[in-house]
Design a protein around this ligand. Structure first.
Ligand SMILES: [Zn+2]
Ligand SMILES: [Zn+2]
Length: 347
């Protein structure tokens, strides 16, 4: 076994703290890479607090992981020692179900292996995430990372990036579409960058007027303050798509009213409590309410390559791992522009 140092929550009520654990030896199809940076996702906090479902403890969060390969298995063909490598929200899947066969491993019918707070495909070995100094991943679930981009700012692409890229691609959002991005956080700021890169007319919907200047700097064409009834009234029936990145509770019916006829609102944020949706909000104007979860491995690589080509990375604030609890507190208040990334050298 490989000894690894990490930061773990021992229970939903304890703060993260140093924890020594072990990873499996590098198997024939495995890649081991030493982690340099790991993004801090809102879902890390949801999971260590048991907000969505009872977690597996000790829990080492982190699924926006980048670093450099230090060892490859004998059968590995896609990576060599010294390459940059990354891993997002999944480390394996069944490979044989109809979704896996269509490159939709994130919807694996037998359950994909989440990078942490999950199990390997033996359904009994717990997985541990990227708040740690090294990781062993099957090469099929390891991503190539470009040397051209700032490495730390690339880390959040592996969750926040693909979570917003995939639905925009699936619904073919682009030229001629009015896209509203609801919420300007880790996900939202990536959605703005992708929406603009794909040629859509992009509006940011936010409760904070203070974010207008930033939204425009990120490339957004318009900004609507959602707490201002006049601005909401003017925005009614105007959007082809709303990408809803908010993971706090909010009024779906109000946002559905901003869609044009045949418009689609796509949820990628995950509030802790279910939302109430009135049938009238959908049937008046034949509207759709949809959801999307991360992206498959092939699409994640496509997204990373697109970002390298178009020079797209996340806007980040680097932190020492000892400051993770403060970072969570600030994240809850929306006080981060726009993603915390842990410098794993501080572990
Ligand atoms: Zn995430
Ligand atoms: Zn599968």
């Amino acid at each position: 076994m490989i000894p690894v140092k990490g930061y773990a929550a021992q229970s939903p009520t304890t703060d993260l703290a140093l924890w020594d654990f072990e990873r499996r030896e590098v198997g024939p199809h495995d890649v081991q890479f030493d982690i340099q940076f790991c993004g801090v996702c809102h879902s890390d906090l949801h999971q260590i607090k048991n907000d969505w479902f009872p977690g597996i403890f000790p829990m080492v969060p982190g699924h926006e992981i980048v670093g450099r390969v230090v060892k490859v298995g004998s059968a590995v063909t896609k990576f060599k020692v010294g390459d940059l490598a990354g891993t997002g929200c999944m480390v394996d899947s069944c490979r044989v179900c109809e979704n896996c066969k269509q490159d939709l491993e994130q919807y694996c019918l037998n359950g994909s292996s989440q990078t942490y707070n999950g199990f390997e495909q033996d359904h009994k070995t717990p997985t541990y995430g990227g708040y740690s100094n090294s990781i062993v991943v099957n090469e099929d679930f390891t991503l190539h990372i470009s040397e051209k981009l700032d490495l730390a700012a690339t880390a959040p692409l592996l969750c926040a990036g693909i979570t917003t890229y995939s639905p925009l691609r699936h619904w073919k959002v682009g030229k001629g579409h009015k896209l509203a991005v609801l919420g300007l956080g880790g996900l939202g700021h990536m959605a703005v960058k992708f929406g603009v890169a794909f040629g859509a007319d992009v509006t940011v919907l936010s409760t904070s007027p203070s974010k207008e200047a930033d939204a425009k700097k990120l490339g957004a064409h318009h900004f609507v303050v959602t707490s201002d009834p006049e601005q909401i009234k003017a925005a009614k029936g105007t959007f082809d798509f709303i990408l809803d990145t908010v993971s706090a509770e909010h009024d779906f019916n109000m946002y559905l009213s901003l869609l044009r006829t045949n418009g689609t609102m796509i949820c990628v944020g995950v509030p802790s409590k279910p939302a109430e949706v009135a049938a009238f909000s959908l049937l008046g104007g034949r509207k759709s309410l949809a959801g999307s979860g991360i992206g498959g491995i092939a699409e994640t690589q496509e997204m990373l390559d697109f970002c390298a080509e178009h020079n797209i990375v996340s806007d980040i604030e680097m932190i020492d791992i000892k400051d993770i609890s403060t970072a969570y507190e600030r994240m809850l208040k929306g006080d981060v522009r726009y993603r915390f990334v842990i410098d794993i050298a501080t572990l």
